[in-house]
Design a protein around this ligand. Structure first.
Ligand SMILES: [Zn+2]
Length: 167
């Protein structure tokens, strides 16, 4: 089982998630410090070490602001697993191009929505006007807050919440 470890930048901003193995490596190499341990210990041949849950880098890392990746999984999550045409919440949603690709629609947050198979089929290769259909919400890029980015890990890692809130 992989236990993810939350990595904080030197200023405490949550920036990444890594494996326990990598986190312990960073700590033992002096690159990071243990912030939270709540998972017992790891034993190797030579050492016993607390298993980290959150670590913090000693040196500030510069990086571009994180953004949510445009994937099917993230589109479904943004749309709360709900068809954006009829409002049905079903487990086998598809992704619809609001303006069809054949009519120049882009592959972007603003043009992709969750749709149930029957709405997707009904709309076909038409625009909203052509199909006389309406969206429940205007599709937008989701917030790039740490809380949104890391929220899918929070149910299993509640102890991360104080480190993620507000970023
Ligand atoms: Zn639908």
């Amino acid at each position: 089982m992989i236990e993810p470890v939350l990595v904080l930048n030197a200023n405490f901003e949550p920036i990444n998630i890594c494996t326990t193995r990598r986190a312990v490596g960073l700590v033992l190499n002096g690159k990071a410090g243990l912030v939270l341990n709540g998972r017992g210990t790891i034993r190797t041949v030579s050492i016993t070490y607390p298993k980290p849950s959150v670590i913090r880098l000693h040196k500030m890392i510069k990086r571009p602001r994180l953004a949510v990746r445009l994937t099917k999984r993230e589109i479904l999550r943004r749309d709360d697993y709900t068809c954006q045409y009829c409002g049905q919440k079903i487990p086998y949603l598809t992704i619809d191009h609001v303006i069809p690709r054949s009519q120049g629609g882009s592959h972007s947050w603003q043009n992709l929505v969750a749709a149930c198979p029957s709405c997707n089929h009904r709309k076909g290769g038409r625009t909203l006007d052509q199909a006389q259909m309406r969206l429940l919400h205007e599709p937008k890029e989701p917030p790039s807050s740490a809380q949104y980015l890391f929220s899918r890990h929070l149910c299993e890692n509640e102890d991360w919440l104080p480190f993620i809130q507000g970023w």
